[in-house]
Write a protein that binds this ligand. Structure first.
Ligand SMILES: O=C(CO)[C@@H](O)[C@H](O)COP(=O)(O)O
Ligand SMILES: [Fe+2]
Length: 226
């Protein structure tokens, strides 16, 4: 990839956090029918964030049912211990939080050495300049546009400024880096984050209110127009 290469395609990564957990096989089929390529899996430990979700066994069960690209978002203390279990469970991409470890460089290196895509997420208050000496190890920068822990929160507007700053960092990197946004993405906020430079949009509660397939198609249409 040439220096400064930018992926112009906008990707949607549906988060199942607000889906019907009693029928995830149906949810996977709906997302595939709606045109999804990714599945965003929110892993919460009740410590790094005040909520609990699921672990590698659930991811492994889902892996057996779909070829969607598994984008695992680790919102946990000590993510060091969970890289291997999630890779064994079928993760294609693993995103750690900058705030969750003293050794983000080592962890990103570990994910890359396993042949998987490495992502780093930034909480709303974390400055993007922290990524300067990590950039060569990063495939995805995930800007949290809500405080992590729950679906259904409102988009924090000042994260648009951070997206613009990260866009200029990403353009200077030698490899392609996806610029992701996670939290409060819907038909109104998607055009704003795309205009600011994002090309990887995580969306949860918007999709699962009403008709999932229609909502996903509507969001993909907005992304193609923006
Ligand atoms: O990581 C998180 C929340 O911590 C997200 O992935 C949410 O699941 C997105 O949900 P919405 O904000 O779209 O409802
Ligand atoms: Fe997430």
């Amino acid at each position: 990839m040439t220096k400064g290469a930018v992926n112009l395609l906008v990707n949607i990564a549906p988060s199942i956090l607000n889906a019907d957990f009693s029928n995830l096989e149906l949810v996977l089929k709906q997302l595939e029918t709606g045109g999804a390529k990714y599945l965003h899996l929110d892993i919460m430990d009740g410590h790094f964030v005040p909520n609990l979700t699921f672990g590698p066994p659930v991811v492994k069960s889902l892996r057996a049912k779909t070829n969607l690209i598994f984008d695992v978002h680790l919102m946990v203390e000590k993510p060091e211990s969970l890289i291997e279990p999630f890779i064994e469970a079928g993760a294609d991409m693993i995103t750690i939080h900058w705030e969750s470890t003293r050794h983000p460089h080592r962890l990103l290196q570990k994910i890359k050495d396993s042949g998987k895509k490495a992502g780093i997420a930034l909480n709303p208050a974390t400055p993007p300049e922290n990524l300067e000496y990590l950039l060569d190890l990063i495939d995805l920068i995930l800007i949290m546009s809500v405080n992590p822990g729950f679906g259904g929160q409102s988009f924090i507007n000042n994260q648009l400024t951070k997206i613009r700053k990260v866009k200029s960092m990403v353009c200077k990197a030698p490899q392609e880096i996806l610029l992701g946004v996670d939290g409060g993405i819907n038909l109104q906020t998607a055009p704003l984050v795309i205009e600011a430079g994002a090309n990887f949009l995580v969306t949860g509660s918007f999709l699962f209110k009403g008709d999932v397939i229609k909502n996903l198609k509507d969001l993909l249409a907005v992304c193609q127009k923006s």
